[in-house]
Design a protein around this ligand. Sequence first.
Ligand SMILES: NC(=O)c1ccc[n+]([C@@H]2O[C@H](COP(=O)([O-])OP(=O)(O)OC[C@H]3O[C@@H](n4cnc5c(N)ncnc54)[C@H](O)[C@@H]3O)[C@@H](O)[C@H]2O)c1
Length: 258
Amino acid sequence: MAYSGKVALITGGGSGMGRAAAQTFASAGAKVALLDVNTAGMQETAHGNGNIHSYPVDITSAEAVNNAVEQVEQSLGPIDRLYNCAAIMPFGKIMDQDTATIHKIMDINYGGFVNITKAVLPLMLNRGSGDFVSFASMAGIQPALLMGGYNASKAAVAMLTEVIYHENLNSGLRFACICPPPVATPLLQQGKDTAWPKLMSEQEGQELQPIEVIEAIESALDKGEFWVFPGKSTRMGYRMRRWFPNYTWNYIHKLEGW
Ligand SMILES: NC(=O)c1ccc[n+]([C@@H]2O[C@H](COP(=O)([O-])OP(=O)(O)OC[C@H]3O[C@@H](n4cnc5c(N)ncnc54)[C@H](O)[C@@H]3O)[C@@H](O)[C@H]2O)c1
């Protein structure tokens, strides 16, 4: 995207990859709207950059999301790019995790994605242009012990994104479904604070930087690629899951020791 004068809306822009995207787009001349519950985080993202605008919104409220999208379009102009980043990631064995927590993960990660999609996608479709960038995860492709609630939410995001893409193939929009491996952002701490599978600790020190993911997305959009697997061996992980699911589960059981 030639950024100058374009409008990007980023949910979860108060931290991590949303922040990296916001700062990248804004410094290249785009007007950026952040939707997040983390107001302090949004201020840090904006860091005095007049191109970045904060909208304190809980993504689980369809009404609040619709109002914010309306305000963004009125004050900044038509949204050219959507980044759906807002998410939470508490881990735990399903039998140990609160029922309310399992529901909350789905409400934010999947329900929030539904809300922002229903608010922004019709506007883009009416105009016949826009970049629809949806953050799933490798955790939405490869399930793992202790990660079930999060796995389910990200699998739901990936599945819905794929259907949305195919339902709107000739719409003029560009669609991308992002499936990163671990990325060095505050999100990982939520997992560490709850339950940390050996599968995750095995990958410590190899996390991607947020900007590497943003660059991978940019390159995929330019090439017209829908699935985005940032990082060197991520696509191989996807293939292993598809072709050898028993092998990957055996590996996980052996690694975790149960
Ligand atoms: N970090 C990773 O290892 C990793 C890997 C693969 C995929 N992802 C996905 O990438 C996306 C970005 O993750 P990140 O690592 O930058 O996370 P992050 O924790 O750094 O940022 C997520 C943001 O979402 C916001 N948020 C949470 N609940 C919200 C709500 N109800 N309403 C509005 N905003 C809310 C948080 O306040 C936070 O600012 C997420 O969808 C995540 O699932 C992350």
